[in-house]
Design a protein around this ligand. Structure first.
Ligand SMILES: NC(=O)c1ccc[n+]([C@@H]2O[C@H](COP(=O)([O-])OP(=O)(O)OC[C@H]3O[C@@H](n4cnc5c(N)ncnc54)[C@H](O)[C@@H]3O)[C@@H](O)[C@H]2O)c1
Length: 374
């Protein structure tokens, strides 16, 4: 593990007075990078981890080895197996909770477990203290549930998360740039389009402009289009106006690159996700149009379509910034510090079912520690 890094998370845990909670186990669904390793090893000292399920399109083998060395069970399912693995593991965990009189704390990114708990484990929800969640996707999953039956505490919509979102935009473009350079392709002087001008998308658009691209923006929210316009971007009134772009990046968190959009693209356009999971691009439709496909780089699939257009899919439609190291650890860590505070609140205040964002005044703790220690 990188020893250069300051013990920032440890200091936040100390300042907020995190204690050991021997009657609680953690059920974790996470990306596995060095920053998550630091978070998990720290939290494991306070709330023992039953299992870590890694999100398959991200992660790093050394982290898995390091967690296993500490005796932590780690599973690495493929993306399409993750639901089944979570169901299997929850089944085991609930049996153990019953036998050992323990409660379960869900710690996740992406809302996989909260959805499955409500779909398949209603009778066991009394064993669950609640969930802590880092991503907007996870909060959106909780909001979709007709009746949320556990508390979900999140740091997905905080000011520090907004700051991180902008850095994610830069990471998305940096990762893409690195991949494109490897095939001899220059971004500069070309046209890019960004779908979704939120926290991540506005960062993506700015980073593309900084690399000398002509950038257009489309968002389903007209106010966001006004914002993009006053920030100097050309705006599209319809997603189908993408006809002349060379690089299309979806950063909406939804299915924005639909079949209609794919039908409108010019030949040799790159399709890229800058958001979550396989949300952004209708890959199955793209595949159905192909007469031939080949890998031209470990992260680029080249498709020749029935109408002779060529399209290039980056990282199989998963977020491009997970191909390498994404946002610098010290940026992600201020969110992990917020998560530590959420764990303490969840365990000590045991809130009623509902969605609870971290209070703005509590954000000042990790912000202050971060500035002192960096
Ligand atoms: N890849 C990463 O490392 C990473 C990091 C942080 C967040 N994320 C994910 O990125 C996604 C975006 O996050 P955010 O914080 O920017 O969200 P946000 O809510 O701030 O922005 C999303 C924007 O997309 C727009 N939008 C929604 N549907 C659209 C569509 N079909 N077409 C065009 N625009 C549409 C919305 O109006 C909104 O302006 C989320 O899924 C989030 O979980 C990914």
């Amino acid at each position: 593990m990188n020893t250069f890094h300051p013990p920032f998370l440890k200091e936040v845990a100390r300042r907020v007075g995190l204690k050991k909670y021997p009657h609680v186990k953690q059920f974790v669904v996470q990306h596995l990078y060095e920053d998550t390793l630091r978070l998990l090893l720290l939290l494991h000292d306070y709330v023992s981890i039953s299992v870590v399920i890694s999100i398959s399109y991200s992660g790093n083998e050394e982290v898995i080895v390091a967690l296993r060395k500490k005796g932590i069970r780690v599973l690495t399912p493929g993306f399409h197996e993750i639901d089944q693995v979570i169901v299997n593991e929850l089944t085991h965990c609930f049996k153990a909770c019953e036998a050992e009189q323990q409660k379960l704390l869900i710690h996740e990114v992406g809302g996989y477990t909260i959805r499955l708990l409500h779909e398949k484990f209603e009778a066991y929800l009394h064993h669950v203290i609640g969930a802590v969640e880092v991503t907007k996707q996870g909060v959106w999953e909780a909001r979709k549930l007709t009746t949320l039956k556990i508390p979900q505490l999140n740091c997905a919509e905080t000011k520090l998360k907004e700051i991180e979102g902008n850095m994610v935009g830069e990471s998305v473009v940096a990762s893409l740039d690195q991949i494109l350079r490897a095939i001899g392709y220059a971004m500069v002087g070309r046209k890019a389009c960004v779908f979704g001008y939120g926290w991540v998308g506005s960062g993506v658009a700015g980073a593309l402009r900084a690399r000398g691209m002509a950038v257009s923006v489309f968002d389903t929210d007209v106010i966001k289009l006004v914002e993009a316009s006053v920030n100097g971007f050309q705006v599209l009134k319809s997603a189908k106006e993408v006809t002349d772009c060379n690089i299309l990046i979806g950063a909406s968190g939804h299915r924005s690159i639909t079949r209609e959009v794919i039908d409108s693209l010019a030949s040799r356009c790159f399709l890229v996700s800058g958001s979550s999971k396989d949300k952004e691009i209708e890959v199955a439709y793209l595949t159905s149009l192909a007469t031939n496909t080949k890998k031209i780089h470990p992260h680029i699939q080249h498709y020749t379509l029935k109408d002779n257009r060529e399209l290039l899919l980056v990282n199989e439609g998963y977020p491009v910034n997970f191909t390498g190291s994404s946002v610098p650890d010290e940026i992600v860590e201020f969110l992990f510090a917020e998560l530590i505070i959420l764990v303490k609140i969840l365990l000590e205040e045991t809130p009623a079912p509902g969605i609870y964002p971290l209070a703005p005044e509590l954000e000042k703790i990790p912000a202050a520690v971060w500035l002192e220690m960096r």
